[in-house]
Design a protein around this ligand. Structure first.
Ligand SMILES: [Zn+2]
Length: 343
């Protein structure tokens, strides 16, 4: 019976030495190791083998089977590698000298305006501070001289968290107290940030917008310091001389408080639709920091005075880039947002 085994072994050796593709190897695997293959046929012969030779016959067939399995597996691996190498060799070489086209991203217009301002204020000795968007009632209102039931709170309805006393800050002024406590006086700092109001949205109202707060506290700080800093900063932002004026305005955290207007950049003060024919654009609330706010911040109002302003970064970006609809800023529309490049 062993001659049959030898015959199959010779047949396999002859066939495997002449295969040239991995597909051929697969055909051989079916021919020898498949359900109706030569090895299965040899096992079928077992019943005709005399009992005393059965064990030896089974062993020999098994050895052959393992040899065939291993040879097939090695041959197949080698051929697949060869075949892949041929594909690599014959593929057209890429040309690394060809020009490439990468879509570069761009900064959000709010980021551009914010960085502009940060650069200008940093050059005037202000530090740039970061502050959280979730604050508590104390920092957003109480510490700013806006006690509970104060009418100013009605103007600043916001989103309250289920955690007790936590809310999304309605203005960057919410950072004033923490920054005063952190540095004490004298102090010059700006703090840009995202603010929230519970508002229905239209072309000029958004529930999420950006402000930049600034405070300067020192001995003998007066309103003329405030005017100087605002005028210098705005002339830099708009790259031209800007005329400013102060009108009385009421905000609980400043005393006296002002609305700062700039002469309309579009008509130069003659009157146009953008300035509602007044020649002036309302830009930001500001004023001398209220003594109560200084006290809350641990600063002695007998010794120090200071000014504060709250610039609408979003409004400033609308003016600088001529954006007519405030909702564009939060639209996520790359078509619009990628128009703004840093000059
Ligand atoms: Zn105008």
């Amino acid at each position: 019976m062993n001659s049959k085994v030898t015959e199959i072994k010779n047949l396999f050796d002859a066939k495997i030495s002449s295969v040239t593709t991995s597909d051929n190897v697969e055909e051989l695997r079916v021919e020898f190791l498949g359900k109706k293959g030569h090895i299965a046929a040899l096992m079928g012969e077992l019943k005709n083998v005399p009992n005393e030779e059965k064990k030896e016959f089974g062993r020999v067939v098994n050895v052959l089977k393992q040899e065939i399995e291993q040879t097939i597996s090695e041959k197949k691996d080698a051929l697949i590698k060869e075949e892949q190498q041929k594909i690599i060799d014959s593929a057209e070489q890429y040309d690394e000298s060809l020009p490439y086209d990468i879509q570069t991203g761009s900064y959000h217009p709010i980021t551009l305006v914010s960085r502009d301002l940060e650069r200008i204020f940093a050059s005037m000795g202000f530090s740039i501070e970061d502050y959280s968007e979730i604050v508590d009632d104390y920092h957003c209102f109480e510490a700013l001289n806006i006690p509970k039931h104060h009418p100013a709170r009605d103007m600043q309805d916001t989103y309250y968290l289920s955690t007790e006393n936590q809310l999304l800050k309605t203005h960057t002024s919410a950072a004033q107290n923490a920054i005063m406590k952190k540095y004490g006086a004298p102090l010059r700092a700006i703090f840009p940030g995202r603010c929230f109001r519970n508002e229905s949205t239209d072309a000029s109202h958004e529930n999420t917008f950006f402000q930049m707060e600034g405070i300067m506290i020192d001995k003998d700080i007066s309103i003329s310091n405030l005017i100087y800093f605002m005028k210098t900063m705005l002339s830099e932002v708009f790259q031209k001389d800007v005329t400013v004026r102060l009108r009385p305005g009421f905000f609980p955290f400043v005393e006296p408080g002002f609305e700062l207007d700039i002469k309309c950049l579009i008509c130069g003060g003659d009157g146009c639709p953008s300035c509602k024919n007044s020649g002036w654009l309302e830009l930001c609330p500001c004023g001398m920091i209220h003594p109560n706010v200084l006290r809350h911040g641990g600063i002695d109002p007998e010794e120090y005075t200071g000014f504060a302003f709250g610039l609408g970064l979003t409004r400033l970006a609308m003016m600088k880039y001529g954006v007519k609809d405030i909702r564009m800023f939060n639209s996520g529309s790359l078509k619009s947002l990628s128009q703004f490049k840093n000059e």
